[in-house]
Design a protein around this ligand. Structure first.
Ligand code: SF4
Ligand code: SF4
Length: 456
């Protein structure tokens, strides 16, 4: 990769750490059209999923008190922890593979930070405060009535949007009914109210002030992308051999770059892509559209800045299939296959027999020994199930249980089970087996341990 100059520094941080505001212009072009479409789809999904039903539950609901997650019709319980490992593996291998192939395209095209900033916040800003040039002038100008009114309206709109997003983000955790209930009765739902206020506050802080600093100084992804990229990765790249030396259109010795700086004025992170690949580039591709527009006006072919590889720019062949890509792809396929296999073997009901808290056993007046147990039943299916319990062994075991015991879909219930037996020979403990079955054809044996005093 091309080395950056020694004086290289973040464009958004000035002397003494002073914030330098960005006023990116919005170019017209094919990448901006595709990106707007991608952002609209992602934004719709993000805003809609916690509010709509998929398979009888919200599209996505991370139900912390209920210790389960509803994800597009699939309900995962706390005991399905292995699925979190698959999710982790999926994210890691996807990020590695995607970055090795397409660089930091996630940042510019799919990251919620960019999606909101480019598709919601900047258009509002443009509507209230005008073009980037007008905004810069407004910011530099005195605090007169015009500035106070415009800034006030903008901040109010950002606060309303942050509140709407805070509500939706909270709905991911409380469910749609929970979040509305918490908003109607805030004092009765302190946790929900705090979550809503906290998410609204950080969203507002991000939109109103922090902005691209999130990508430049907070997000860890930008930091480690350099180790995932190589000369065969697709990047937004400036064709230096073609563009340099920069000069006027009329200069016969100049390259194709006329140094109009249009690529700089559209960059949301304020970088000059002509200096090479930089950590701050979120691959939004605005500079490609901007430069293509200039090339078109000059009657030159587009692509002075383009989505390409360093090898291609240098005239070398690009290798898409290379060892790191193969390793990441195999890892990703492995995770997906393991997930599919585990999912296909997932039992519709999960059972766990434990001892009830308190006295582990007691002797009844008729001489029998009673052990109070508790059967945890997690119904992972979409229909209610009616459970019965039978004795498998030993044959003289007796049971008292409130059967049939109905457990609703995606519910976890605890059935009290009292196990009784005449005192037995052979020590204070002995094993027993119960058979649990339901009206949907599910059957499973569970084992437990029976206790009596010191034994006969
Ligand atoms: S937009 Fe194109 S021509 Fe203008 S400065 Fe950037 S690279 Fe050069
Ligand atoms: S250099 Fe180009 S692609 Fe990278 S962030 Fe700036 S405008 Fe977007």
């Amino acid at each position: 990769m091309k080395e950056l100059p020694k004086d290289y520094a973040l464009r958004t941080i000035g002397d003494g750490g002073k914030r330098i505001w960005m006023y990116p212009e919005r170019p017209k072009g094919r990448f901006m059209r595709w990106r707007t479409l991608a952002h609209a789809v992602l934004l719709s999904l993000l805003l809609v999923l916690p509010w709509i039903d998929v398979g009888g539950h919200p599209g996505i609901h991370i139900d912390i008190p209920g210790r389960r997650i509803h994800f597009l019709g699939l309900t995962l319980f706390a005991t399905d922890g292995s699925y979190l490992l698959f999710l982790f593996g999926f994210i890691v291998f996807s990020v590695f593979l995607f970055t090795a192939l397409f660089g930091r395209a996630w940042c510019g095209w799919a990251c919620p930070q960019t999606v909101f900033m480019e598709t919601v916040i900047r258009p509002i800003e443009r509507l209230v405060e005008g073009t980037p040039t007008q905004r810069r002038k407004l910011d530099k100008g005195p605090w007169n009535a015009n500035k106070i009114v415009r800034k006030g309206i903008k901040l109010l709109l950002l606060l309303v949007i942050s509140g709407a997003l805070g509500t939706t983000f909270t709905a991911y955790f409380l469910g749609r009914d929970g979040v509305l209930e918490a908003q109607l009765h805030p004092s009765a739902h302190p946790a929900g109210t705090f979550t809503f206020l906290f998410l609204t506050a950080i969203t507002f802080f991000d939109f109103a002030w922090f902005r691209e600093q999130t990508c430049l100084v907070v997000c860890p992804y930008g930091r480690f992308q350099s180790v995932l990229l190589d000369a065969n990765s697709l990047l937004v790249a400036y064709d230096e051999p073609r563009g340099e030396p920069r000069g006027k259109k009329t200069d016969p010795n100049a390259g194709d770059c006329v140094d109009c700086k249009r690529c700089l004025t559209v960059c949301p992170t304020g970088i000059d892509i002509r200096r090479g690949t930089q950590l701050e580039c979120v691959q939004c591709m605005a500079c490609i559209d901007a430069c293509d527009d200039i090339m078109g006006k000059l009657g030159r072919k587009p692509g002075l800045i383009r989505f390409s590889t360093e090898n291609a720019i240098a005239g070398e062949p690009t290798k898409i299939v290379r060892p790191r890509v193969v390793v990441y792809a195999l890892g990703l396929v492995g995770v997906l296959v393991a997930f599919a296999v585990t999912l296909s073997h997932r039992e519709p009901v999960e059972l766990r027999l434990t001892r009830q808290p308190g006295v582990p056993y007691m002797s009844l007046p008729d001489g029998r020994v009673q052990n109070p147990m508790r059967l945890r039943i997690a119904n992972k299916g979409t229909e209610a199930r009616s459970f019965e319990v039978d004795v498998v062994s030993p044959p003289d075991l007796e049971l008292v249980a409130p059967t049939p015991f109905v457990v609703g879909p995606d519910k976890v219930e605890h059935m009290p089970v009292f196990v009784l037996r005449q005192p037995w020979d052979g020590g204070p403990r002995t094993d027993f087996t119960l058979r649990i079955h339901d009206d949907k054809g599910f059957t499973k044996d569970v084992e437990g341990e029976l206790m009596q005093g010191a034994g006969k």
